[in-house]
Design a protein around this ligand. Structure first.
Ligand code: BGC
Length: 770
């Protein structure tokens, strides 16, 4: 474990100014509300090492890519989200000397992220070049109570001098992405207004024509007394500011409260944006920082009441899981089906704000269990909205008859990646999207979803698999060639066990979904069949035939399922055979060597066993776990999760706990060395899974039954987690001798604990021996 951040159960604290690792800290101290977010940048000018980042969900740009056309059929344009107008800026100067920590001797510096109440605080004392000492303390939040609002309270005290203080709150849309070409700008100014106490900037994205209006208002206090002030209004292209000069004596405190609204054409008609934006900040100014902050904290309280996890006896693990839960809520709020979980949330530019398969595979389970069902349903709806584009995408690649091939990396339904081994080969993402439908229904019991959209997606995905397989005479089975599994340390392999398994399962699940909708929602089924030109008999019998004979390679001698056709021909070394200093492989080995090796970025077979656990017995799980764990280097932050869950299942309690630790502190310890580019949001979902499904042993059976089989790591006294299950809130506390279940809802809950039936009445607590 690194010790960059002080351990605290409800906070992440950085003590001391660390310019070299500032970008990592900026990611860690990101704030967001599921609709927008920003990195932990400073409000005042900073010329040091920093990645300025403000992002708004659903606002993107289509960038041109240079391609090697010999491998055809890959996107010419890829979308990525944009660095949005910066709303936090407040320039500070004393008698013309600009406050910039890069030019100061920083005498004390502390950043604190308050996870409980959702704000970021920063305090410092700095000696400026002139030798004058100033103290600053700031607090800000991105409101959870009002998705379109952010607020800052910025306090300055000259410690040993009198001067003319100039404060200049501003809005700046003259921003770009760091990965953009030189001078490449994405924003055009449409309209601005700047007044004494604020103003707005109306901007539009080039090519994609999204409009964003960023408005601000501010007030200034001297020692808590509000000041009346005049300001010098600044306007240059894509920038407005209000410059206020005032005398400021040694020891006096000047506070600026700045409110910003961020409204977009995604939610409002273009012409109305300035009016709406101004109205929001006017109201905010009236309410004031403390009231807004209270409303925001209340919204966080509600989130924590259904998703908190407590760990007694291990503060580092406690901090990590709360930090991860906090960041998951900041990345996604499920209110808008045009958004999904971006793999780095709103915390950095890496992966361009795009969604990958892990949103469904590792993000969804967290939201399913801790938020109302409509949040997860919107995550599914996001993909349903993109069905047309997935069908087009499949057509471009030669598929037909309504087969859908979802993009591996996307914001708007179009493929946003351009390497063939990802876009063309990681076809397993189609499986994750179908599995999400199954998982949502299994968890919530909302079977009507099949009729209301689920089946349409499933049929399109089943059609894809039916065309993507081919029949091998030699094997007398259907095979799938030329794929990359979730394990990206092998490309262009044949019969990846996980891909084949999920393809077979998709076909079978779609068959059962067809039966269900046909019998329960006949009219709707007929309508859908017509729309999709569904040739029920011919298509379903083909799916049955393929599912029955889909090739799944097994090695009877080793007692394992085989990663892919030629995997066992490799040199079957293990991680323990690697010489010191070779890990991580992606930094120390050439790519061809990684691809030829037996080492797995993450273990596909175990991924499949985890997803379809009921189909395997304990012995099968154990043998596969032992074989593949020995060869997995866990160079994807998603990887430890499945190992933790399966290790717990087969009684390897220590390993289950170790994988949990590894998974939970991925970003706090910057384990992969790329946290500076943004946080690994879905890996945070994975760490929650390690705790609840791994240590807590929670399962939802295929028929929807809830069960637990918890273990307690040796160093912990106890831990507690909360889940919402079919509208009911359940708290589970695991201690060394007991399991305490509290049903916080009205209705009786039926569940199983270590295979024993438990009936838990509404409002009741049940103590069970472990
Ligand atoms: C992983 C993918 C994942 C992506 C985005 C990659 O490193 O291998 O499985 O979808 O990151 O999180």
């Amino acid at each position: 474990m690194k010790d960059d951040f002080i351990i605290d159960e409800w906070k992440v604290i950085e003590d001391g100014f660390k310019p070299a690792s500032n970008r990592v800290s900026e990611s860690i101290f990101s704030l967001g509300n599921g609709r927008m977010g920003l990195r932990g940048n400073f409000e005042e000018h900073f010329s040091g090492n920093s990645l300025q980042g403000n992002y708004i969900g659903g606002i993107y740009y289509a960038d041109h890519v240079q391609l090697d056309h010999t491998k055809g059929n890959r996107p010419q344009q890829v979308v990525k989200f944009l660095n949005a107008p910066n709303w936090i800026g407040i320039s500070i100067s004393f008698d013309g000397e600009v406050l910039d920590l890069d030019n100061c001797q920083v005498q004390s510096f502390r950043r604190e992220l308050d996870l409980r109440k959702g704000y970021l605080e920063r305090t410092f004392v700095a000696k400026m070049k002139s030798g004058r000492k100033v103290q600053v303390s700031t607090r800000r939040f991105c409101s959870m109570a009002d998705q379109e609002l952010g607020a800052i309270r910025y306090t300055i005290t000259p410690l040993d001098f009198d001067s003319t203080l100039t404060v200049q709150p501003y809005l700046d849309a003259d921003v770009s992405n760091e990965d953009a070409d030189e001078n490449q700008k994405f924003w055009v100014e449409v309209d601005t207004k700047v007044k004494r106490r604020g103003g707005y900037l109306l901007t539009e994205t080039k090519k994609t024509f999204f409009q964003v209006c960023t408005a601000m208002k501010f007030s200034i206090f001297r020692d808590e007394k509000e000041l009346d002030f005049d300001s010098y209004r600044l306007h240059r292209e894509k920038y407005i500011g209000c410059e206020v000069d005032m005398g400021c004596k040694k020891g006096e405190t000047i506070t600026i409260c700045k409110y910003a609204s961020i409204v977009t054409s995604l939610d409002h008609p273009d012409g109305d944006l300035p009016r709406i934006g101004k109205k929001i900040v006017k109201k905010a100014l009236k309410k004031g920082f403390d009231q807004l902050s209270g409303e925001h904290a209340k919204a966080w309280k509600d989130k924590w009441s259904s998703s908190d996890v407590t760990i007694d006896g291990d503060p580092a693990a406690q901090q990590a899981i709360r930090f991860n839960i906090f960041q998951l809520h900041q990345a996604y709020n499920g209110r808008d089906s045009r958004m999904s979980i971006a793999s780095r949330g709103f915390t950095g530019e890496k992966y361009g704000g795009c969604t990958f398969w892990d949103a469904e595979a590792y993000g969804l389970p967290f939201f399913l269990a801790t938020t109302p069902a409509d949040v997860s349903r919107n995550l599914l709806q996001y993909r349903a909205n993109h069905l047309g584009k997935a069908i087009e995408n499949a057509e471009k690649l030669g598929f037909n008859k309504g087969a859908a091939f979802y993009p591996m990396v996307t914001i708007n339904g179009e493929e946003a990646h351009h390497s063939w081994e990802v876009t063309l080969e990681e076809i397993h993402r189609n499986g994750a999207i179908a599995y999400a439908i199954f998982e949502y229904i299994r968890y919530t019991g909302d079977e009507a979803y099949l009729a209301e959209g689920g089946l349409e997606v499933l049929i399109a995905i089943a059609r894809f698999w039916a065309q993507r397989v081919h029949y091998s005479e030699r094997r007398e089975a259907y095979v799938i060639h030329g794929v990359t599994g979730p394990n990206e340390y092998e490309n262009n392999i044949n019969n990846n066990w996980y891909t084949n398994y999920i393809a077979k399962w998709c076909l079978e699940y779609t068959l059962s979904a067809v039966e269900y909708v046909k019998s329960k929602h006949k009219k709707w089924f007929e309508k859908l069949s017509k729309k999709l030109k569904f040739e029920e008999n011919a298509e379903t019998s083909e799916w049955q035939k393929i599912a029955k004979k889909l090739y799944l390679k097994e090695d009877k001698k080793l007692g394992i399922f085989v990663q892919q056709d030629t995997f066992l021909d490799k040199e079957l070394t293990t991680v323990a055979d690697l010489k010191k200093g070779q890990l991580p492989l992606y930094q120390n080995w050439t790519w061809d060597r990684i691809l030829r090796s037996v080492y797995l970025k993450q273990a596909d077979v175990l991924q499949g066993i985890y997803a379809f656990e009921e189909a395997f017995d304990q012995e099968q799980i154990r043998r596969n776990y032992e074989f593949y764990e020995a060869r997995t280097v866990h160079e994807s932050p998603l990887s430890p999760c499945v190992h933790s869950i399966l290790a717990a299942r087969i009684g390897l309690e220590e390993q289950a706990y170790e994988f949990y630790r590894q998974s939970a502190r991925t970003d706090l310890d910057d384990q992969l060395g790329d946290t500076a580019a943004g946080l690994h949001i879905n890996a945070m979902g994975a760490s929650w899974l390690c705790l609840v499904k791994g240590l807590g042993g929670m399962r939802i059976s295929n028929t929807g039954g809830l069960s637990f089989a918890p273990i307690l790591p040796k160093s912990w006294k106890n831990y507690t987690f909360r889940i919402q299950y079919r509208g009911q809130l359940l708290q589970v506390k695991v201690s060394s001798k007991q399991l305490i279940l509290v049903n916080h809802s009205q209705k009786t809950l039926h569940l199983k604990v270590y295979d024993k039936e438990v009936k838990l009445e509404g409002g009741k607590k049940e103590k069970l021996d472990r």
